[in-house]
Design a protein around this ligand. Sequence first.
Ligand SMILES: Nc1ncnc2c1ncn2[C@@H]1O[C@H](COP(=O)(O)OP(=O)(O)OP(=O)(O)O)[C@@H](O)[C@H]1O
Length: 331
Amino acid sequence: MTVLDSTPVALGDDVRIDGLTVAYGATTALRDAHIDIAAGTTTALVGESGSGKSTLALAASRLLPPDARITAGSVHVGDTDLAALRGRPLREARGSLAAYLAQDASVALNPVVRVGTQIAEVHRVRHGAGRREAAALAVQNLADVGISDPARVARCYPHELSGGMRQRTVIAIALAFRPRLLIADEPTTALDVTVQADILALVGRLQQQCGLTVLWITHDMSVVAEIADHVAVMYGGRIVEQGDVLSLFEDARHPYTQALLRCFQEGRTARPKQILTTITGSPPTGGVPDGCPFHPRCPKADDNRCRTVLPEPRPFGADRQAACHHLELPS
Ligand SMILES: Nc1ncnc2c1ncn2[C@@H]1O[C@H](COP(=O)(O)OP(=O)(O)OP(=O)(O)O)[C@@H](O)[C@H]1O
């Protein structure tokens, strides 16, 4: 029996992030984020460094550092609002309602405990499995994530594994929780491209098999194109555009999304030594400007509304929205 056989057919739940706002001390790093993720689908969250992606991911998995707090909003996984949980219900929800995959797998693993023991612990503590059953399930979990010779690997310590195997092990631990939502925070960034492709394929396969709902954080548009059903674009702590991935790639409406996609497309077709275009200016640091957060870098910015009035997200089409004063909507 595999862990996938031992779980309900569909693990994933509908997820609704609504008005989520997070502050580090007096600084608001994430403002009023809304994302709906249908059960069993993948939403990618993209944006430059410092745009607030990890803050959103950590808040949604209730793993924010002590100096951060959720100041408004909710994170519903099915009927449970993770943002409202405290104490024991919160401890129980971590991992099982929302599991978090970090960029660096080595920080997620205990260096002095064999990896099989770390996975077995989840089965014992969370699901009440006996010692022998938990150990057998741990080996099965390692097989499920594509590790050959899982019984041997279960006896290894993390430092004895390659980066790709460590990331697979962390995915095996996450799956052992049988989560409703998997939040992956750039889990392939530190891996070389072939291992990255393997991990993306693995998560895609696991998602199909157990209907997981996935929020995947990345700054890499090619990853978005490969895995996502829906994409949300962040800038300056806000979601500035979102929609289904095909329609957004074909017809981006926010000037920031348009610039990101231009850079991505140019990168794909670049000749050797060609100097690539970047988005002029830098993302905001230490607070966002008044008005639209993108206005200092935006070719469409005007002196009136863009510099003074924050644009609210406006819905259009079947599943799209964008927050720009210059949005030209189809009539
Ligand atoms: N522990 C912290 N204390 C204070 N400010 C923080 C902390 N962590 C992040 N920030 C700030 O919050 C903002 C959003 O950071 P965040 O890490 O969420 O962005 P990101 O888009 O995930 O960036 P990256 O891709 O580099 O991880 C940034 O301005 C950052 O400086």
